[in-house]
Design a binder for this molecule. Structure first.
Ligand SMILES: [Zn+2]
Length: 286
């Protein structure tokens, strides 16, 4: 198995919304806000090359939305999903599977392109993976979550005939060496891939723990549908992760890609921060 970090670009979200009840005097040190109180975030995807599979986890927001939409989210920088894949020697046509942790626009927008006014899969050789419960909730969103579920990111996947729904139970294998963990605090049935790599477990944290700062238990996004469920899910997974020396991979952290954990005084904290490219070295040193 080989793992590649693929940055699909940066965008901005309101700092208060990203850090929930945590006061700005604290979160502004972790991710300083601009004059409009907006913080920059990465859209960091993970490419898993395993046997004949090349599985892309999440796709960033893509580029097909209109100016008005982008004016709310300030995409910036030179990174893009296609450039990020090319940096590792891949093209979109090489991808066999697109695993969508959830269908919020910043996770799945890059899955569908708009060509000559038509919405088509950006990865034409790939199957697209979601699950029944999340898929239904994305198609019939509540008012609070509606702005994150864009019909043009979702319906064309089904229309293309490439949609596949995962029915593995929580903690079970979906593909060899890739287990799925389901969490419901952020949105209905978000999926976190738990990857067995070289004897170590890597957890792709998606929006359960979007950045290293969010490892701290009360740091929960105001975007979450059920923040107390997030608290329970974070508590449980972080304990398991720390007890078993897992590595966390952060989708939205501006700079930090991965971390290891340590448990002291009953609290799980970040131990070492490192880029995915140093994972082999970290594992070797264990
Ligand atoms: Zn997100």
């Amino acid at each position: 198995m080989r793992l590649y970090s693929v940055n699909a670009g940066y965008f901005k979200l309101d700092g208060g919304a990203m850090f929930g009840v945590v006061p700005k005097s604290m979160w502004n040190k972790a991710n300083p806000a601009d004059d409009g109180n907006m913080c920059s975030w990465a859209m960091r995807c993970l490419l898993i090359e395993h046997g004949n599979y090349r599985i892309l986890v999440d796709t960033g927001m893509g580029s097909k939305q209109d100016e008005k939409f982008f004016s709310h989210y300030y995409p910036h920088g030179d990174d893009s999903l296609v450039k990020g894949l090319a940096a590792h020697g891949f093209t979109p046509d090489d991808i066999t599977d697109v695993f969508l942790t959830q269908l919020h626009f910043d996770h799945c927008g890059g899955a569908i392109s708009k060509i000559d006014g038509k919405y088509v899969p950006a990865f034409k050789n790939a199957f697209y993976w979601s699950n029944h419960k999340h898929w239904l909730s994305a198609l019939t969103p509540n008012e609070r979550e509606k702005a994150s579920f864009l019909r043009e990111n979702i319906q064309p996947i089904e229309d293309s005939g490439r949609l596949r729904l995962i029915d593995a139970a929580d903690g079970d294998e979906w593909m060899p060496d890739i287990r799925i963990r389901y969490v419901n605090g952020h949105t209905d049935c978000m999926m976190l891939p738990q990857i067995k790599y070289n004897g170590t477990t890597i957890l792709y944290c998606a929006d359960l723990i979007p950045s290293a700062a969010h490892v701290s238990l009360p740091w929960i996004m105001a975007y979450d549908m059920r923040p107390l469920d997030t608290l329970g899910e974070k508590t449980k997974l972080l304990k398991e992760a720390a007890a078993n020396d897992w590595v966390l991979f952060f989708e939205h952290d501006l700079k930090n890609e991965c971390c290891s954990l340590i448990q002291t005084d009953g609290r799980v904290r970040v131990k070492d921060i490192f880029p995915l490219s140093e994972l082999d070295k970290i594992i070797e040193a264990r």
